[in-house]
Each structure stands twice: as C-alpha cells, then as structure tokens.
Design a protein around this ligand. Structure first.
Ligand SMILES: [Zn+2]
Length: 167
C-alpha cells in the first residue's frame, strides 16, 4: 500500500491504484497536456502513481489520474468504462495491468474520511454544488458549503440586505 493513499481524491472515490516504479515500462505513448501556471501547455511525463477513481457527481465516469510522489493529480483522462481506463494506462505504462490494486478502504473508512477531510455528511449528496436556498446549481459565485447545506453569493447578499433592512 502507498503511504498517505487517500480513499477520496479530488471528490472522486478511489477504485484502483498502481505503483509504476517496478516492472512497469513508461512508453510515453499517452498524449496528455495540461495547462501550467504561466499559460503554457506541458506534456505530462512519467508519474510514480496511477489511480482510477470515480467522481461522486457522475458514477458513469472513470477517471485515470496521473499522480506525483505527493499523490497530487498532475493529469486526468476520463473514460466511460473501467476497461477503457485500464487500456489507456497500459498504453503509456507497459505492464501496469498486472499492478492494479483495489482500494483498501472500507465504506466506513471512506465515510469517516469524507466527514473529517471534506467536512461533509457522507450520506448527503454533498458533491452537488447546489445552493440549498435558491436550488440553483450552475454559474454560482462563492458557494459556501457546510455539512448539511450550501449557500450561494446572491442568496448571502439578499439575506444580508433583508437583515439590514429589518434592524
Ligand atoms: Zn442561492
């Protein structure tokens, strides 16, 4: 097991992980570029860990994540199936198909992690960026998320002006 492996990474549930350091040959055949801070696109090179995870917000999607030694996601490709994600991984990292290990975490451990690290109620639909007051979910500015509810900027402003009017 990788030290500090998280059960949830970037709001996605960990399904499989692999260490690319031994018996895996980096072929550099995955053409993945990501934007860098200076606005340039850089090609994602060899990474020590690959993760396949599923977004809580879309359980028809599988993400192949390329992670650095701190388990930060350097690049991501999404797929419609686990099989396709594994095929792509094998294309860039020859031999990785034999290296995938399932997430070692129990459902309770995942729930505890969500509670402690994401500060959400794991039984709620916490991944929905939806304002609990106006129920809008797109184009929201400054959504503040609590354990049980979230609020958008326009609701905060309208509530604030109501409070000011009433005092
Ligand atoms: Zn709102």
């Amino acid at each position: 097991m990788i030290e500090n492996l998280p059960p949830v990474i970037d709001s996605c549930k960990l399904l499989l992980y692999a260490d690319t350091s031994s018996d895996v040959e980096f072929t550099d055949r995955i053409n993945l570029h990501v934007g860098s801070s200076d606005g340039e696109f850089i090609r994602v090179g060899e990474q020590p860990y690959l993760i396949i995870a599923q977004p809580y917000s879309n359980q028809d999607e599988y993400l192949l994540m390329f992670c650095n030694s701190s388990l930060e996601t350097v690049g991501v490709i999404n797929f419609a199936s686990l099989h396709e994600a594994k095929l792509k991984a094998e294309k860039g990292y020859k031999g990785i198909s034999d290296k995938w290990k399932p997430s070692p975490f129990t459902e309770d451990e995942v729930s505890n992690y969500l509670r402690d690290e994401y500060e959400v109620d794991p039984t709620s639909e916490w991944w929905k960026d939806e304002c609990s007051f106006c129920e809008k979910s797109s184009g929201l500015e400054m959504l503040i998320k609590g354990t049980k509810a979230s609020i958008c900027k326009s609701c905060i402003e309208s509530f604030a002006s109501e409070i000011n009017e009433n005092i």
